[in-house]
Design a protein around this ligand. Structure first.
Ligand SMILES: C[S@@+](CC[C@H](N)C(=O)[O-])C[C@H]1O[C@@H](n2cnc3c(N)ncnc32)[C@H](O)[C@@H]1O
Length: 244
């Protein structure tokens, strides 16, 4: 890695070490946390947030679909969607953090079907029901996580799919490990829970589930637990493809 990249990583690591502010509303806290990282956000998160490309693949986003991402950050999912992005009827990228949305807006320039929206994902609703909604490492950063899941399911067409990739506390994890990860991530405003995955599975019919672990940048030997989940709204049969 080049010295300039190392220096940029050091600035991100310093911000992560300082943690997220405890005061102010959610939008203020997010802006204070992410504004100093926005420029280097994508390069660092590429090594931290695993499974994002796979989530987009597994969502089977087809031509003409209406797609929403809640907690889109810099809109990097547009890169992962690739040429499919232009074939969607609409892609609405929603986030509460102006610094990250500024990067998303640059990225979306020239894509007439992409809309970048500054809003709270627990309340914002599209004008029409959509085919796909996804949350990529945002569920654990939204304090009212049940609220955002209710809101996400409410915007889906019957048969539409919700995809989530995120860190979590595995039900089978030891109290020691889960306690470590809970405190580790909470410092940066990321609130891991054992309840996220079971709640998703209660709300939707499983289409895909996998629980995994992944390495963290600059922390050799540590493996953080995360999952990939896709569920379908209003479908009777469960368990199309479930792996653990
Ligand atoms: C870890 S980042 C993930 C961003 C992006 N999805 C990615 O994969 O790079 C979590 C995102 O959730 C956003 N977020 C947190 N609370 C939110 C809320 N209530 N409404 C909308 N976005 C929110 C943050 O601003 C941030 O962009």
């Amino acid at each position: 890695m080049f010295p300039a990249e190392l220096a940029a990583d050091a600035r991100i690591l310093w911000r992560l070490a300082r943690g997220q502010a405890r005061h102010g509303d959610q939008a203020t806290r997010l802006q204070a946390f992410y504004a100093p990282q926005a420029e280097r956000y994508d390069a660092f998160r590429e090594r931290l947030l695993h499974g994002r490309a796979e989530l987009v693949e597994r969502l089977q986003i087809d031509e003409g679909m209406r797609v929403v991402e809640l907690g889109c950050g810099t809109g990097s999912s547009l890169e992962r969607l690739g040429p499919r992005a232009r074939r969607c009827a609409s892609i609405q990228l929603v986030d509460l953090c102006p610094a990250l949305l500024a990067v998303a807006r640059q990225r979306a320039t020239g894509n007439a079907n992409v809309e970048v929206i500054e809003a709270d994902a627990t309340r914002w609703q599209p004008a029409d029901a959509v085919d796909r909604v996804f949350l990529s490492y945002s569920l654990s950063m939204i304090p009212d996580w049940r609220g955002v899941l209710d809101n996400a399911v409410a915007m889906l067409k019957p048969g539409g799919r919700l995809g989530v990739v995120d860190f979590h506390l595995p039900a089978a994890g030891s109290a020691l490990c889960n306690g470590f990860w809970r405190r580790w991530f909470a410092h940066d405003g990321v609130h891991l829970s054992v309840a996220h995955l079971p709640t998703l599975r209660e709300m939707l019919a499983d289409a895909y589930l996998e629980e995994r672990t992944a390495p963290l940048p600059y922390l050799p030997g540590l493996q953080a637990p995360y999952y990939l989940y896709i569920g379908q709204r209003n479908v009777e049969s469960h368990g199309v493809s479930v792996t653990r």
